[in-house]
Design a protein around this ligand. Structure first.
Ligand code: AHG
Ligand code: MN
Ligand code: MN
Length: 332
């Protein structure tokens, strides 16, 4: 029985639509898929090898680095640096940018990623993921600097995530719809399982950490109170953004990590969490806002910049934004 449309066949077919495509985007995705398979293999046996738990030190965010965070970061850098498509990489686990070493060929793409999202869930067997975003270096030839990464999310060439859950699924967009590929471990291939994903217009799920409610501004308080008054509504919060996002993408729903009196800019990072998922959700017919502006329009000021994130089906996101705006005017 044929194994179906593999990720590589799908990407090559997409590439054929652009006769002058260089093909090194295909190489980028191919090597990223290999890194994803390796991380998936380790995630699925993490309890059996000494890869659980913390490394004992913190990252630039001041967060304790889990062994799997560091492992995933190393796997992705190692899988991507030798290809002829990147100038540099940046990651949640690296303070500065990582320029591709002189000994390797260079390309014009920039990769920025969260190697392992949902670290707090690693040791308790709850789904975690990898989130990635691909940008194009604006000025060819010039030495790559952090400024090359500080582009608004609308400039992303490609964005996606891998979710290590009940199965391992790779979801990406390169601006022509959102497509999901499920890993078939028996052949080691990502097989097309969700072509042209569209987020349902209506949602009956909301995801927010209610443990933070004592810090919420009125806009969040009033919106969540309204949601709870709906006859059909469910609260679902995994604590892994990539898992909460993927469920809401498939079933419909809204995820909120707003700014509050403690997290002045929210918690999630713009370049490798909010931007890639915002491109995906918009390509799937949804929306993503900070409460005050479209996430993809933000011009980043720094690599690890945090933003408030309200993301999901358009109708709910627009309504959440209205509650936020009303609370701002009420304060004045
Ligand atoms: P990471 O593990 O990459 O640091 O990301 C964790 C993020 C995100 O995955 C999740 O939605 C959020 O942190 C959960 O934060 P709280 O535990 O504060 O709710
Ligand atoms: Mn994360
Ligand atoms: Mn992470």
């Amino acid at each position: 029985m044929p194994i179906g449309m593999t990720l590589m066949k799908f990407i090559l077919e997409e590439q054929r639509k652009f006769p002058n495509a260089s093909g090194n985007f295909t190489g980028l995705i191919s090597d990223l898929a290999i890194a994803a398979k390796v991380i998936s293999r380790e995630v699925n046996k993490a309890g059996l090898i000494n890869i659980l738990g913390a490394t004992g030190y913190s990252n630039v965010q001041g967060e304790e680095v889990q062994k799997l965070d560091e492992y995933a970061n190393t796997v992705i850098v190692g899988s991507m640096e030798h290809g002829d498509y990147l100038s540099a990489m940046a990651s949640e686990e690296m303070e500065g940018i990582y320029a591709v070493p002189e000994r390797y060929p260079k390309g014009n793409y920039l990769l920025v990623f969260d190697p392992l999202d949902g670290s707090s869930n690693i040791d308790v067997n709850i789904s975690i993921g990898t989130i990635f975003s691909v940008l194009r270096k604006k000025e060819r030839g010039k030495k790559v600097t952090v400024e090359d990464f500080l582009q608004p999310g609308t400039e992303q060439v490609c964005a996606g995530y891998i979710l290590y859950g009940s199965s391992t699924i790779l979801v990406y967009t390169s601006g022509y719809g959102v497509h999901g590929f499920t890993l078939d471990p028996s052949v080691g291939e990502f097989i097309l399982s969700h072509e042209n994903i569209r987020i349902p217009d209506k949602g009956t799920i909301f995801s927010i950490n209610e443990g933070n409610s004592r810090y919420w501004y009125d806009g969040t308080k009033n919106y969540i109170k309204m949601l709870k008054s709906r006859t059909t509504i469910s609260a679902r919060y995994v604590g892994s953004l990539v898992a909460d996002f993927h469920r809401n993408l498939i079933k419909g729903g809204i995820f909120l990590y707003p700014k509050d009196r403690r997290a002045k800019n929210g918690k999630l990072r713009l370049l490798y969490e909010a931007n890639p998922l915002s491109l995906i959700v918009e390509q799937a017919g949804g929306a993503a806002t900070t409460g005050e502006k479209r996430v993809l329009k933000i011009v980043p000021k720094e690599l690890h910049q945090r933003v408030p994130l309200i993301i999901g089906n358009k109708r709910d996101v627009i309504e959440a934004e209205r509650y936020w705006q009303e609370s701002l005017t009420a304060v004045v």
